[in-house]
Design a binder for this molecule. Structure first.
Ligand SMILES: Nc1ncnc2c1ncn2[C@@H]1O[C@H](COP(=O)(O)OP(=O)(O)OP(=O)(O)O)[C@@H](O)[C@H]1O
Length: 273
């Protein structure tokens, strides 16, 4: 059974008329993790923003986005807003962009949770504190009283994951959640995302340039090139018997990079291999 089914998604720039995603179709099975890979500019983020209906004003989209039997494309914005966060949750690459820089992160958390559930301040603080502790954020109250710029990228990612734990969405979209982090934080955030899935049984779309992480976290992989889906398969099949030349190129580039890295490090392989 599918959690999300995207049919004939077309995305274009209304100002220039440029078609960025001509016709994309894919699905995410309930409880599974679909990774979207492809070079920079291939349309990974735009695909996910189109699913959330959060594209910039100049961008237009058509096609069907079926989520739990409802076509999101046909929903009025008010209905869509109710689903964002509560049912479909996005964890962004840059935590700084996800939070309002002019207020402490607790304000954002309270607004989001009060808006969806109508909980009191105390209830929200208690639930968030518990979730923050579960993702290894020490002293949650102090964290909630900090401005985004006072927290590291890894801490902001954890706050977003903790928020997702409280929201309990059916689908989490993680758009390059580890790109801005150092290697140790990357590893920890991937672990937390894996835990999140395990705990909540949610489905996940995971966008990443890092095929090592993709191999670890995803069940299936979708390969995009210039706005088109060129290949899709189980993670094992994509890494061992990719059919499309471009996928083989992506996988072999990773292997040769690892080889180069091993040589540089005198035979020590990368932690995420
Ligand atoms: N608001 C916009 N207006 C016009 N073009 C856009 C807009 N947003 C994205 N694009 C274009 O759409 C294409 C796909 O962008 P997208 O951000 O989805 O790529 P990506 O695969 O996620 O890349 P990266 O890995 O670098 O994040 C790019 O050519 C980009 O310039």
């Amino acid at each position: 059974m599918n959690s999300l089914e995207v049919k004939n998604l077309k995305v274009w720039d209304n100002l220039t008329g440029e078609v960025i995603i001509p016709n994309s179709s894919f699905h995410v099975k309930k409880g599974s993790c679909l990774a979207i890979v492809g070079e920079s500019g291939s349309g990974k983020s735009l695909t996910c923003r189109a699913v959330m209906r959060l594209t910039k004003a100049n961008i237009r989209q058509s096609g069907d986005i079926l989520f739990d039997g409802v076509n999101l494309s046909e929903l009025p914005e008010k209905e869509m807003r109710k689903r964002r966060g509560k049912q479909l949750c996005m964890i962004l690459q840059n935590g700084m962009r996800a939070f309002d820089p002019s207020c402490v992160v607790g304000v954002h958390l309270k607004e989001t949770l009060a808006g969806h559930f109508g909980w009191s301040r105390d209830e929200i603080t208690a639930k968030m504190a518990k979730a923050m502790e579960s993702v290894m954020l020490q002293d949650p109250i102090a964290v909630m009283n900090k401005y985004p710029h006072q927290l590291s990228g890894g801490m902001l990612q954890r706050v977003m994951i903790a928020l997702a734990i409280v929201l309990e969405p059916d689908l989490v979209i993680a758009d390059e959640p580890t790109t801005a982090l150092d290697t140790i934080s990357q590893y920890e955030i991937v672990e937390q995302l894996a835990q999140l899935r395990k705990r909540m049984g949610c489905s996940m779309i995971f966008i990443s340039h890092d095929l090592g992480i993709v191999r670890k976290i995803s069940d299936e992989v979708l390969v995009m090139k210039e706005g088109e889906v060129v290949e899709r398969g189980s993670t094992a099949a994509i890494f061992s018997e990719a059919r499309h030349e471009y996928t083989r190129y992506l996988v072999s580039s990773k292997l040769s990079l690892n080889h180069h890295f091993r040589n540089l490090m005198g035979g020590v392989s990368r932690a995420e291999d």
